[in-house]
Design a protein around this ligand. Structure first.
Ligand SMILES: [Ca+2]
Ligand SMILES: [Ca+2]
Ligand SMILES: [Ca+2]
Length: 414
C-alpha cells in the first residue's frame, strides 16, 4: 500500500529518495540545533505549498491566539501524519517511520532546520476513524478552522501559545493569497482526472481517480495553501428538485484520496462554481440557479454571503478575476458572447466580447500569469485561449484531453 501514493502523486511532487547514508537525523545534530527543538517542520518549507503532502492526513491541531498572522483571528497549527503503515501501531495509534513512505530526518538534511517524519504523536481531533497512522511529516498553519479544512476534525479546543512565533518563508500574513499562479490545464474523463503542467499539447503528467462518473469537476485552493486541488459536486445533474442536497467532496491534498471536506450546499439543477470572492486566498463554494448567484465565503453549509442576479437562465456561468484585484467575480457565456462583471452584484457587464462558441465548453484561466483571468474554449481536446477581454482570436491553442473530457484549470505556486 505504501507505493500507491508515490505512483499516483502529482507530477510536481518530488519524493525524497530514502538514502540513509545521506540523511541527517536529529541525533547527529547538537542539542541546541533546531532539528532537536522538538517541533516538526512546516509543509511549506519542505514541499513548497502549505498543505499536507500526498500520503499524509491531518491527525490533530492546536491554535495560537493574539498574533497578527490571521487579521486578529486565531491561527491554527495542524499536524500531517503519514497515512499508511505497513506495520501495526499496537495501542499507540502511530507506527514507526520505517513502516511508511517517509523517513525521519532534519528538513533538507540540515541541523538548522526542524525535523520531519520523526515524531510519533497524534493530537487526536482529526481522522480518529484511522486507528493507525505514521509519524508527523510536517505542519500546516492556517487561519481556517480545522473543521473547515477537514470535516473529520472536531472543534474541541486546544490552545498552545508556545508555537505562536514559529514561522517559515511565505506563510505570513496567512491571509495574503498564495496565488495567483499561471493556469494549468486539467480534464475529467469519467472519474479519471488528468493534469498537465503546461499549456502545451501532450498527455497528462498526473492521472488519478476521484469522485464518480457524472460528478461536476472543480479545482480550487480551499485553504490558501498555494495549490488548487480537486473537488466534485454530486447530484447537480439529477436529484430531487427543491432538496438542498448538492454534495461537495473537496480535497485539500494533491492527488487521489478520500475527500477532506464534505459539504451540502445547493440544489439539483444548480451549477456549482468556486472562487475567492473576498480575496483572502481561500476559494469557496457557490451555485448559480438560473441567473441567481448564491455564493459563500466559507466552505460550509448555510446561507449565502452573496445573493444577486446576473445574466439570463440558460447562460453558462463562468468565474474569474477579470481585473486582477485578487477577488474572483462573475460572468455568463451566451453562445460565443461573454458578459463579464467585476462586482458580485446585479448590473451590466464590464466586458462584453465574443470568443469561441459552437461545440464544446467555455473554460477560464490566468493563462499568462499576470493575475487577470482570461477566456478559453475547449472542444474535444482542443484548447483555444485568449488573455485579453475584448473580441479577437486565440493567443494560443493546444490539444489535451478528448471529446469526453470536461476542462478544468488548476495551478500551483511552487
Ligand atoms: Ca475567499
Ligand atoms: Ca476581480
Ligand atoms: Ca492573464
Amino acid at each position: 500500500m505504501v507505493g500507491t501514493a508515490l505512483v499516483a502523486a502529482p507530477a510536481t511532487y518530488i519524493f525524497r529518495p530514502v538514502t540513509a547514508y545521506a540523511a541527517v537525523v536529529p541525533s547527529q545534530c547538537g542539542s541546541g540545533a533546531r532539528c532537536n527543538d522538538g517541533w516538526t517542520d512546516f509543509c511549506s518549507n519542505i514541499y513548497g505549498v502549505n498543505t499536507c503532502p500526498p500520503g499524509s492526513m491531518v491527525a490533530g491541531w492546536w491554535r495560537a491566539q493574539g498574533n497578527g498572522y490571521c487579521d486578529g483571528n486565531h491561527r491554527y497549527y495542524m499536524d500531517c501524519n503519514a497515512s499508511s503503515c505497513s506495520c501495526g501501531c499496537g495501542g499507540s495509534g502511530t507506527c514507526h517511520h520505517s513502516c511508511t513512505s517517509f523517513d525521519c530526518h532534519c528538513s533538507h538534511d540540515n541541523c538548522n532546520e526542524r525535523k520531519t517524519g520523526c515524531t510519533r504523536f497524534r493530537y487526536g481531533q482529526c481522522n480518529n476513524h484511522e486507528p493507525c497512522l505514521g509519524p508527523i511529516v510536517c505542519r500546516v498553519v492556517t487561519c481556517i478552522p480545522p473543521w473547515e479544512w477537514d470535516s473529520s476534525c472536531s472543534s474541541t479546543v486546544a490552545v498552545s501559545q508556545t508555537t505562536i512565533n514559529h514561522d517559515a518563508p511565505g506563510l505570513h500574513p496567512d491571509t495574503t493569497p498564495k496565488g495567483p499562479y499561471p493556469a494549468r490545464p486539467a480534464v475529467l474523463i469519467g472519474n479519471t482526472w488528468q493534469l498537465r503542467n503546461s499549456l502545451s499539447s501532450g498527455g497528462p503528467q498526473s492521472s488519478f481517480e476521484f469522485g464518480v462518473d457524472g460528478d461536476v469537476p472543480l479545482m480550487g485552493d480551499f485553504s490558501n495553501s498555494g495549490v488548487r486541488t480537486v473537488a466534485v459536486v454530486r447530484n447537480a445533474r439529477e436529484g430531487v428538485a427543491g432538496e438542498e442536497d448538492l454534495e461537495w467532496y473537496m480535497r485539500q491534498v494533491e492527488g487521489p484520496g478520500a475527500p477532506e471536506l464534505v459539504i451540502k450546499y445547493g440544489r439539483p439543477g444548480d451549477i456549482p462554481v468556486i472562487g475567492d470572492w473576498n480575496g483572502n486566498g481561500v476559494h469557496t463554494i457557490g451555485v448559480v440557479r438560473g441567473n441567481r448567484w448564491l455564493l459563500k465565503n466559507t466552505n460550509r453549509s448555510g446561507s449565502p454571503d452573496y445573493d444577486f442576479t446576473f445574466g439570463q437562465p440558460g447562460d453558462i456561468p463562468v468565474v474569474g478575476d477579470w481585473d486582477g484585484n485578487g477577488r474572483t467575480s462573475i460572468g455568463m457565456v451566451r453562445g460565443n458572447r461573454w458578459l463579464l462583471r467585476n462586482s458580485l452584484s446585479s448590473g451590466g457587464p464590464d466586458y462584453d466580447l465574443n470568443f469561441g462558441g459552437g461545440n464544446g465548453h467555455p473554460v477560464t484561466g490566468d493563462w499568462d500569469g499576470d493575475g487577470r483571468t482570461g477566456v478559453g474554449w475547449f472542444d474535444a481536446g482542443l484548447w483555444r485561449i485568449r488573455n485579453q477581454l475584448f473580441s479577437g482570436g486565440a493567443n494560443a491553442s493546444f490539444t489535451f484531453g478528448n471529446a469526453n473530457g470536461t476542462p478544468v484549470t488548476w495551478g500551483r505556486n511552487a
